[in-house]
Ligand binder design. Structure first.
Ligand code: 5GP
Length: 176
């Protein structure tokens, strides 16, 4: 178990809040604010980002949650997506925005977007991520909204974990 004293701050609480607010403005200006937006939170990592983002959205929103896992307890992608809960309603004729903590290889979101497109009859499916780790990408998938770029660091906090811990931090940190 790594010690919290060894954690370096990468992004503080205020910077996170300001940037998420800016991202919400971008999302508000992309969609018709009179139409329903179905927001899918990818548990567990996206939970803090999701609850912060949703407060600033102007359109009527519906909240959905899925639970997927590709890392297990390591700091490297396992290369396969484990679906722990993937029950979603029919989104016929409606917009869907998938909200994820971080896009790394792209495996998880590639899997989820394909699943939604094949099964949920959505009008449109877009992606919002708190972090884009572009250097690790292996799948041809690009987020539509992305708050921060991150290089090849393993980050924790604000929903992101290491062996299940550190999700409750109100900042983003990394271990050197
Ligand atoms: P991908 O499927 O794009 O390779 O990986 C996405 C998932 O890997 C994320 O939802 C997240 O759970 C995990 N992940 C990727 N990079 C990091 C990181 O730097 N820190 C943490 N805590 N999780 C990460």
């Amino acid at each position: 178990m790594k010690k919290i004293e060894e954690l370096k701050v990468l992004i503080d609480k205020k910077t996170l809040a300001n940037r998420i607010k800016e991202l919400a403005v971008e999302i508000n200006s992309t969609y018709d604010n009179n139409s329903t937006l179905n927001l899918i939170c990818v548990l567990k990592g996206a939970v803090m980002f999701y609850t912060e983002l949703i407060k600033h959205l102007k359109m009527p929103v519906k909240m959905e949650f899925v639970r997927l896992s590709s890392y297990g307890s390591s700091t490297q992608s396992k290369g396969e997506v484990k679906s722990l809960n993937l029950s979603l309603p029919d989104f016929e004729g409606q917009n869907v925005l998938v909200v994820e903590d971080i896009i790394d290889t792209g495996l998880t979101l590639d899997f989820l977007v394909k699943f939604i497109k094949q099964n949920c009859q959505a009008k449109d499916v877009k992606l919002a991520v708190l972090f884009d780790k572009k250097c690790a990408r292996k799948y041809d998938i690009k987020p539509d909204f992305s708050a921060f770029q991150v290089d090849d660091k393993f980050i924790v906090g604000f929903g992101l974990d290491y062996e299940g811990f550190y999700r409750n931090l109100d900042y983003i940190g990394y271990f050197e």
